[in-house]
Design a protein around this ligand. Structure first.
Ligand code: MEV
Length: 433
């Protein structure tokens, strides 16, 4: 067991690495070399990355890729995506190409409200509390004016504040629930600062201060009123593609596959995971908070009380329609968006979108990903494409040279990829050398 250490955060980076190296459980690993080879030789850039978090000892690389050929609301896009999963980018690109000559994707933002809550306990009479809340409300707003003034200028701010009596759920439990518009910012800091000031003003101005106990003030990542919709549609005949079955069979099978994800939770989670493959990749590439996006998406998928697919598919009057409706509280200013050089570049690649544009682009990436996954699942099967992409990972595990890779890729064009088959192929290749 490692010895506990105090004052670790005060050590400099080399000292931290030194400590880790000395206290590491495996002496075979050259920790220092591995960590240092991922540090940037540009000191200024490395310092920037070091300061994104505490106790930073290196960088963790993920592929930064692009998926071209997307048309969204008649405008062409190349979408930057960050993912470690081989086949995600290929799937997105294939989907983009598939819909390119069918009018592309359409997307619209339905709402942009965000929620913040002050949770508190109050032991007195509810009528007195309600009367006090109505009286103090203008002061609650006034006391945050230094925080809200810039946001107000940009057209955002506080949209409403209400008092909720939740004492039937937990004894003496009440809530101040506020709705915010944060424009191009994700808005977490703005909302949390407002809430903490609400809590202070609310408690400090109450005559019987001790009757109010503030539990916590925090934004909610559940954003069922920050919704974007993306869709594609075309005549069924146009679904024909050399790799797919008869377009009518394809459309019907596709609709069934989505229906299954509406009624079966096991399938729904995997179905939505595939959507998040696309969404998270864009969220990470643009420096947004993928944990917030993930929690909101899955909570929204359960809004009916049953966890369901986030996408819908239908066939009506010879038209195939496929759509997604998803909460996406994204920002294009603040946080890492401008600070991380690659996040900033990702936004440049997307032609400097505002937050609403980014919501649309990201929803499209999710829909495209889901389309590609279902298309494979109901036709060739998922392993066909997956294992082709996975081949490179297996070859890298064998430390295959470029020539070996070339030979393997050629061979596995007509042979089934599996760990065993790749092992055999490489061993044979090497024994013949
Ligand atoms: C793999 O990362 C995602 C899929 O499993 C999604 C799906 O099954 O729809 C292919």
């Amino acid at each position: 067991m490692k010895k506990p250490i105090s004052g670790f955060s005060k050590l400099n980076k080399s000292e931290k690495i030194e400590w880790l190296s000395k206290n590491s459980f495996s002496s075979d690993i050259n920790i220092k070399n591995i960590l240092l080879q991922y540090c940037n030789s540009n000191d200024k850039l490395q310092k920037l990355h070091d300061e994104f978090a505490e106790n930073t000892i290196s960088n963790f690389y993920l592929p930064f890729a692009i998926a071209p050929n997307f048309i969204i609301n008649n405008k062409p896009y190349t979408i930057p995506m960050v993912t470690e999963e081989s086949s995600v980018i290929a799937a997105a690109s294939k989907s983009a190409k598939f819909w390119l000559d069918k009018g592309g994707f359409r997307a619209s933002v339905l709402s942009t409200n965000k929620v913040g809550q002050v949770h508190f306990l109050y032991k007195g009479d509810y009528k007195t509390l309600k009367k006090y809340f109505d009286k103090i409300k203008p002061k609650l707003i006034l006391d945050v004016s230094s925080i809200t003034s810039n946001m107000n200028k940009r057209g955002g701010g506080i949209k409403s504040i209400q008092l909720l009596n939740l004492s039937d759920k937990i004894e003496n439990y009440f809530q101040i629930k506020a709705i915010f518009e944060t424009q191009d910012a994700m808005g977490a800091n703005f909302i949390n600062s407002c809430l903490e000031q609400f809590a202070k003003t609310f408690k400090d101005n109450f005559t019987e201060k001790n009757e109010i106990e503030i539990i916590m003030s925090i934004l909610s990542n559940y954003v069922p009123e920050c919704i974007v919709k993306a869709e594609v549609s075309c005549e069924i005949e146009k679904l024909s593609d050399t790799s797919i079955i008869d377009p009518f069979d394809f459309a019907n099978k596709f609709v069934r596959a989505v229906k299954i994800a509406e009624v079966d939770k096991y399938r729904a989670v995997t179905h939505n995971k595939g959507i998040m493959n696309g969404i998270d990749s864009v969220v990470i590439a643009t420096g947004n908070d993928f944990r917030a996006i993930e929690s909101a998406a899955h909570a929204y998928a359960s809004k009916s009380g049953t966890y369901k697919s986030l996408t819908n598919a239908s066939v009506e009057n010879n038209i195939f329609k496929f759509s997604i409706e998803i909460p996406l509280a994204l920002g294009t200013v603040g946080g890492l968006t401008k600070l991380h050089p690659l996040a900033n570049l990702a936004l440049e690649i997307l032609d400097k979108p505002n937050s609403k544009d980014l919501m649309k682009i990201t929803a499209v990436a999710g829909l495209a990903q889901n389309f590609a996954a279902i298309k494979s699942l109901i036709t060739t099967g998922i392993q066909h494409g997956h294992m082709k992409m996975h081949l490179i990972n297996i070859l890298n595990q064998h430390r295959a040279s470029d020539i070996e890779k070339e030979k393997a890729i050629e061979y596995f064009k007509t042979n089934t990829v599996s760990h065993l088959e790749v092992d055999l192929f490489i061993n044979k290749l090497r024994s013949n050398e």
